[in-house]
Design a protein around this ligand. Structure first.
Ligand SMILES: Cc1cc2nc3c(=O)[nH]c(=O)nc-3n(C[C@H](O)[C@H](O)[C@H](O)COP(=O)(O)OP(=O)(O)OC[C@H]3O[C@@H](n4cnc5c(N)ncnc54)[C@H](O)[C@@H]3O)c2cc1C
Length: 415
């Protein structure tokens, strides 16, 4: 067990907590990362199981890669970055989705995004679903794409928040896994693993952090817990911080789950190509064939669909996938795929979802969640980012920002 008294406690060892820890360590400020899981990385998690392939169960794409701060870190670690074009930037497979239909959908999608951009400039904020054209044949697929992007149905999505997201359109991958690289970045930090924080008591002169393994004391804390947990945990802060709970409630975590399948005779398909399960409904999965050339299919589920499948049990994901794939490629296809690995992020007690979105009217909750309290409690994590939310680089940048705030406060006190 690490020393129970330190300068700064960082609660949560995901992208944000690791970034904050490294920044404080660079400034020679004693700090300890307290992490509930038995590993670092949080929603960044690469598993290399029996298949031998690095499977990113959480984040996989270095979004906005041309300005993503993880890129130079991954490069310095000596890892290979795959820069091939992501499947969603190429035409989808023609199975169930002819070239003409794809062109028609692309127009509908671009019109929808344009309406979102225009609506984001006016007040009050509206839900993205308000911008669908009633009766448009593509509304189901637009909702499916929305659920992959945000993990939620369009009626829950703030248009202003959606529009605040800054994307350069460059997307790369880490051959050994994004999760591997992020966890590796935290390798030299002082960390207490398997140590869920129960309460942050900020009544006394020093902070008291109660955990399942005893209490820690510190001058300051950086809280990087997923917003769903801050919203849910009534006794997380003593005294309570209603402003933080309210901000977190405006930023629920959407749900996206991934499932990896092995694929026999994979060479029949081009690497990094994509099929859509159904083009006429929101409850459908998207299938990335041969990610980075591997003989696998990476299946992506978003929104209500994975929530319902999680509730029905993990086996129901494969039943769903088998039905969609055999509809697309014929009944013999079922023999060519086997489930390899997945993770249910909605029922994961230390995540309770995949990435944050803002409810209509709640885009302002991001800076509200990020604001420090009394120069002692600081906040980081993807949900705190106004422009890079829902991503691992957003998490990183908020971690650096919170650590810099801590450093500034400590320096000003020394003067
Ligand atoms: C399926 C999926 C796909 C994704 N795809 C991408 C992608 O392609 N690109 C991208 O950039 N992002 C993607 N993301 C999002 C990205 O993974 C997250 O935005 C990012 O990892 C969040 O980092 P964080 O540090 O803010 O939070 P987290 O990683 O959640 O870190 C918070 C930490 O707090 C810990 N914790 C929880 N409760 C306690 C407690 N009581 N006490 C102590 N510790 C606790 C957690 O275990 C966790 O380690 C994806 C996520 C998922 C789930």
């Amino acid at each position: 067990m690490p020393n129970s008294d330190t300068g700064v406690v960082i609660i949560g060892g995901g992208a944000a907590g690791i970034a904050a820890g490294r920044q404080l360590a660079k400034a020679a400020i004693p700090c300890l990362v307290i992490e509930a899981r038995s590993r670092l990385g949080g929603r960044a998690w690469t598993e290399t199981g029996a298949s031998g392939f690095a499977l990113d169960l959480g984040c996989g794409w270095l979004h906005s890669a041309d300005r993503n701060p993880w890129v130079p870190i991954v490069e310095a670690q000596g890892r290979i970055i795959d820069k091939s074009l992501p499947p969603w930037k190429k035409p989808a497979m023609k199975a169930g989705f002819s070239a003409d239909l794809q062109a028609d959908f692309a127009r509908a999608q671009s019109d929808f995004f344009e309406r979102m951009e225009t609506a984001a400039q006016s007040r009050p904020d509206v839900a993205a679903s308000a911008l669908l054209e009633p009766g448009n044949r593509w509304n189901g697929l637009l909702a499916a794409v929305g659920s992959y992007i945000s993990g939620a149905e369009l009626e829950y999505l703030s248009v202003q928040d959606f529009d605040n997201y800054a994307d350069t359109g460059v997307n790369w991958r880490v051959a050994d896994g994004y999760g591997t690289a992020i966890a590796d970045h935290g390798r030299d930090l002082k960390v207490a693993l398997d140590c869920p924080v129960l309460q942050i008591d900020h009544r006394g002169r020093r902070l008291k952090i109660e955990t399942a393994k005893g209490s820690f004391t510190a001058d300051q804390a950086i809280v990087t817990l997923p917003s769903a947990l801050i919203a849910d945990k009534e006794f997380l802060f003593a005294p309570a911080l209603p402003d933080k709970a309210e901000a977190a409630r405006g930023l629920p975590l959407g749900l996206a789950d991934k499932m990896f399948l092995t694929l026999d005779d994979a060479e029949e398909f081009d690497p990094d190509t994509r099929a859509i399960g159904r083009i006429d409904r929101a409850a459908t999965a998207t299938y990335q064939f041969r990610p980075m050339g591997r003989p696998l299919i990476e299946v992506y589920f978003g929104g209500r669909l994975p929530a319902e499948l999680e509730a029905a049990g993990e086996g129901s994901f494969f039943d769903f996938v088998r039905a969609e794939l055999t509809d697309l490629f014929g009944s013999g296809f079922a023999r060519r795929v086997k489930p390899l690995r997945m993770h249910c992020w909605g029922s994961d007690p230390f995540a309770r979802g995949s990435y944050s979105y803002a409810l209509p009217g709640k885009a302002g909750c991001r800076p509200q969640l990020a604001a420090p309290v009394d120069d002692r409690l600081f906040f980081a994590g993807e949900a705190c980012s106004t422009h890079d939310f829902s991503t691992a680089h957003g998490g990183y940048l908020t971690g650096i920002a919170a650590a810099d705030q801590v450093i500034a406060v400590r320096r000003s006190r020394r003067r």
